[in-house]
Design a binder for this molecule. Structure first.
Ligand SMILES: Cc1cc2nc3c(=O)[nH]c(=O)nc-3n(C[C@H](O)[C@H](O)[C@H](O)COP(=O)(O)O)c2cc1C
Ligand code: SF4
Ligand code: SF4
Length: 265
C-alpha cells in the first residue's frame, strides 16, 4: 500500500501539508522534486503517487511541469495531486491532469489546500498572524478527509476551476505575470548581503551563484520566492516591489528542511 509523494515547496506550505498527509496515510515516502530533477527519467511504481506543489499564477510551477514530463509510470498507480495556494487555485490541478493525460495516465483526484500567500505583490496578500493561523487550522482539518479519499482510492474531479478558458488563461496569466512582475529579471541582492550563500544553496532551480562580492541570478528562475523569503539578511528584492514588505515561511519548516530539497550531499 506504499504511497510516494513528490513535492515542491518555496516557503514550506506544501511541505507542511504533505508531511501531515504522509503521517495520516502511513507507509508513505516524501520525495523532493528538485532532487529528482537531476535525473533524465524518473521511474515510479508505487501503489499511490502524489504530486504536490504551490500554485503560481493560477497554474503549475514550471519546475513541476518539467518534473511530470520526466515521470515514467511502470505500474498501475493511483495518482493524486495536492495544490497549495493563497486563495485562487485556478486550473492548476487541471493542468496537471492534462500533462498526465499526455503520458497516458489519469489524475484520480486532486485537492486544494488554502495556505498563507507567499507572493509579495503591490498589495498585502499574506495577511496578519491570526489570518494565517486560521488558514493553518482549516488546512489541518482537511488532512484526515483527504487521506481517507486517497486510502479508499476514490476517483473525483480535481478541485479548482475546470474552465478550459481559465486553463489557457492560466498559461497566459503566468506568462503575462512573469513579464509584468519580472521576478527572474529583477531579482537583486542589496548591500545588506553578507555573502552567506544561503540563497545559492536553497534555490531549487540552481539559479544563483554567490561570488566574493556579488550575487548572480541566472535565467532559470522558477519564481518560488525561496531566496527572497529565506535570506537571513532580508537582502533579496525584486526590483523595488518587495522593499520593506514582510517575509514569510511556514513556522514548522526549517532552513535545514529546505536545503534538503535539492538533495545535495
Ligand atoms: C510567483 C507566485 C505566484 C503565485 N500565484 C498564486 C495564484 O495564482 N493563486 C494563489 O492562490 N496563490 C498564488 N501564490 C501563492 C502560493 O501558491 C501559496 O502561498 C503557496 O501555498 C506557497 O507554497 P510553498 O510555501 O510550498 O511554496 C503565488 C505565489 C508565488 C510565489
Ligand atoms: S542569502 Fe542573502 S545574505 Fe546570504 S548570500 Fe544570499 S543574498 Fe546574501
Ligand atoms: S532565484 Fe529565487 S525565486 Fe528564482 S527559483 Fe531560485 S530561489 Fe526561487
Amino acid at each position: 500500500m506504499k504511497t510516494v509523494i513528490y513535492y515542491f515547496t518555496g516557503t514550506g506550505n506544501t511541505l507542511a501539508i504533505v508531511r501531515d498527509l504522509a503521517a495520516e496515510l502511513g507507509d508513505s515516502e516524501l520525495v523532493p522534486v528538485p532532487e529528482m530533477m537531476r535525473r533524465q527519467e524518473i521511474a515510479c511504481d508505487a501503489d499511490a503517487v502524489g504530486i504536490a506543489f504551490p500554485v503560481y499564477f493560477l497554474d503549475l510551477p514550471e519546475i513541476v511541469e518539467g518534473f511530470v514530463r520526466k515521470l515514467r509510470f511502470t505500474g498501475r498507480s493511483y495518482i493524486f495531486g495536492i495544490a497549495t495556494c493563497g486563495e485562487r487555485p485556478g486550473g492548476a490541478l487541471f493542468s496537471l491532469q492534462a500533462l498526465l493525460e499526455e503520458k497516458g495516465q489519469a489524475l484520480a483526484s486532486g485537492f486544494v489546500f488554502v495556505m498563507p500567500e507567499n507572493f509579495i505583490g503591490p498589495v498585502d496578500l499574506m495577511g496578519d498572524a491570526p489570518h494565517r493561523q486560521d488558514k493553518y487550522a482549516a488546512a489541518r482539518g482537511r488532512i484526515a478527509p483527504v487521506a481517507a479519499m486517497i486510502r479508499e482510492r476514490k476517483q473525483s474531479l480535481p478541485e479548482g476551476n475546470p474552465s478550459a478558458i481559465l486553463r489557457i488563461g492560466g498559461k497566459i496569466t503566468r506568462s503575462l505575470a512573469t513579464t509584468l512582475y519580472n521576478t527572474p529579471r529583477h531579482l537583486r541582492a542589496t548591500c545588506r548581503c553578507n555573502h552567506c550563500r544561503t540563497c545559492e544553496r536553497i534555490c531549487p532551480a540552481r539559479n544563483i551563484v554567490v561570488e566574493k562580492d556579488a550575487v548572480i541570478f541566472g535565467n532559470s528562475c522558477t519564481q518560488c520566492y525561496a531566496c527572497i523569503h529565506w535570506c537571513p539578511q532580508g537582502a533579496i528584492e525584486i526590483g523595488r516591489r518587495t522593499a520593506g514588505k514582510p517575509r514569510y515561511h511556514h513556522p514548522d519548516v526549517t532552513l535545514a528542511d529546505m536545503l534538503r530539497q535539492r538533495g545535495d550531499a
